[in-house]
Design a protein around this ligand. Structure first.
Ligand code: ZN
Length: 244
C-alpha cells in the first residue's frame, strides 16, 4: 500500500494544494488532524479534504475547538483568536462534519497506526525521546504516525532508543526496519515550525518499507494575504514565511 500522509493543514489551502499536487501515486490518504485554525480557508480546506478518496481522517485539538465540542480556554492568545474566527466562519455542514471526526489512535493496517498528538492522548505533544518512550508503551503497530508539533521527527526503538536525525531537506527517505518500532512525524502541511517554510507531508510505501518526508514550496504570498484580509493576527501570516 502507498499512503499519502498529511497533518496540520491549518486552513492553509495553498499549502494543501501544493502537497496534493506534489504527492506521487497512492492508494489511500491518512489525515492526522488540525484541518483548521490559524489559516484563512477553513471551509475550502475541509471541502478539499472531504473530496479525497480512501481517506482516513482523525481530529486534532483545533478541530475540536473549532467545531465547538471542546472549550477554547486551553489555547494561547493567538490560537484562541484564530479558532474563534474559524468557529464563526465554518458552515453548519462543515462544523458538523468536523465535530464527527474520530479521535486517534486509529489502526490503519497490521503495520501502521495514526494519532494526532500521541497514542495515549490525542492532545499530548511528542517532543523528545522521553515523550516517545511513553507513547511507545501504548502504540500497537510497528509504525505510529503522529502530528501536533508541526516538526518532522523520527523516533526509533528496538531493545533501546536509537536517535535518528530529523527529516530535513526536500526529500528525506527512511528505510524502516521490521525488527524496530517507530514514531514518526511527517511535519505540518500548513504551518511548519522547523524553520523550513515549505509544506511538509509524507509518502509511505508499506511494500518497500520506505517513508519519505517531502517538502514543497507553495503560494505563500496568497496564504498570507488571505490571513491579513480576514483580520486575523498578522503574526500568523509572518510566521508562515519563517516556518516557526
Ligand atoms: Zn496543529
Amino acid at each position: 500500500m502507498k499512503y499519502l500522509v498529511i497533518s496540520d493543514v491549518h486552513a492553509n489551502l495553498e499549502a494543501l494544494e501544493a502537497a496534493l499536487a506534489k504527492a506521487g501515486p497512492h492508494d489511500a490518504v491518512l489525515v492526522l488532524g488540525d484541518l483548521v485554525g490559524y489559516g484563512a480557508d477553513p471551509n475550502a480546506v475541509i471541502d478539499r479534504v472531504r473530496q479525497l478518496r480512501s481517506a482516513t481522517i482523525i481530529r486534532g485539538n483545533h478541530d475540536k475547538v473549532g467545531a465547538g465540542i471542546e472549550n477554547v480556554e486551553a489555547f494561547n492568545h493567538l490560537a484562541k483568536h484564530a479558532i474563534t474566527w474559524t468557529a464563526a466562519e465554518l458552515t453548519p455542514n462543515n462544523r458538523a462534519w468536523l465535530a464527527a471526526l474520530p479521535a486517534g489512535p486509529v489502526n490503519i493496517d497490521s503495520w501502521v497506526e495514526i494519532c494526532h498528538g500521541s497514542p495515549f492522548d490525542e492532545d499530548v505533544y511528542i517532543f523528545d525521546d522521553l515523550d516517545a518512550r511513553r507513547a511507545l508503551l501504548v502504540a500497537e503497530r510497528t509504525l505510529c504516525l503522529f502530528g501536533h508539533t508541526h516538526v518532522p521527527a523520527v523516533y526509533k526503538f528496538d531493545t533501546d532508543y536509537h536517535p535518528v536525525a530529523p527529516p530535513r531537506g526536500e526529500m528525506f527517505r527512511l528505510l524502516l526496519d521490521d525488527a524496530a518500532k517507530y514514531l514518526v512525524n511527517c511535519g505540518a502541511v500548513g504551518q511548519p515550525r522547523d524553520g523550513d517554510p515549505r509544506a511538509a507531508f509524507g509518502m509511505l510505501d508499506t511494500a518497500s518499507r520506505t517513508l519519505t518526508v517531502i517538502r514543497v514550496p507553495y503560494d505563500l504570498a496568497t496564504a498570507q494575504a488571505k490571513i491579513i484580509a480576514a483580520g486575523l493576527p498578522e503574526v500568523l501570516a509572518h510566521r508562515l514565511a519563517i516556518g516557526r
